[in-house]
Write a new protein. Sequence first.
Length: 287
Amino acid sequence: MSTDTRRRGPRVRSTVNYVRNPPGAGAPTLEFVTEDERSSTMETLPGRPVWVRDARALSTDLDREGFVLVRHTSAVVDFDAIEEDPAVDQAYTEEITELLREVTGASSVLMLGAGKKRHAERAVDKLAPLANAKPARYPHADNTDASAAGLVEMIASFLPDLDIASCPRWALYNVWRCVSPPPQDVPLAVCDASTVTAADEVTVTAVTTVRGSGDLRHDTTGYLFNPAHRWHYYPGMTRDEVVVFKAHDTDSGRAGRVPHTAFDDPTCPPDAPPRASVEMRGLALFA
């Protein structure tokens, strides 16, 4: 029998920067501008104090809480080569495609782009040549119901062999790997999807810069504070572990979107190296 992730366990006290200014009826959709946050209309500060619990002792499920920790050793030696070397990008994409198929039990998996590097704000030199590479500091999910459906429809329009219409179920997932050594100063926190309600959600249009392509606008989901939320993280992650979590599911009886955010771990020594991570997003089809 699985362990209920709502039980108390080892935890740290930190802050989560929830959305503080939900728009009223008829007001413009909030915006978050990744490369110029001062231009954002979404307001999140000051953050809300929350407990973030160690999830390592818990047995979670992708269809209940919406996230799991998985052991996976990558053949990639230098993760700095992600986004720089097409051969490395291809190899990592193939690895994660197979991993996601195994973890989800999907009949087929399509990754939505190659790996994306991110670095904690202290890694100034690493961040300088990249775009949209800082950790997201507010709880969010990468889609809304409408934008997830639109994304998959767009993919299907370019891939005529991808028969979405006859697929009884599809889901979107994130695969997140920390590639800096433990401990991490800015870990990833994920929220138990079973503790989130529709009333907690706010549409936020993310305006992100893609290297070589300019700005991309996409509707995402931001979150309002709810004391019922249960936040979790995996302290001391190694590069042989990944967190897989849900971004959307067409089956409303399963976990859908998992709010996630970077947060400061107050127990991390100040001289620890800045967190570096690689994430990927994938579409899973179920027969």
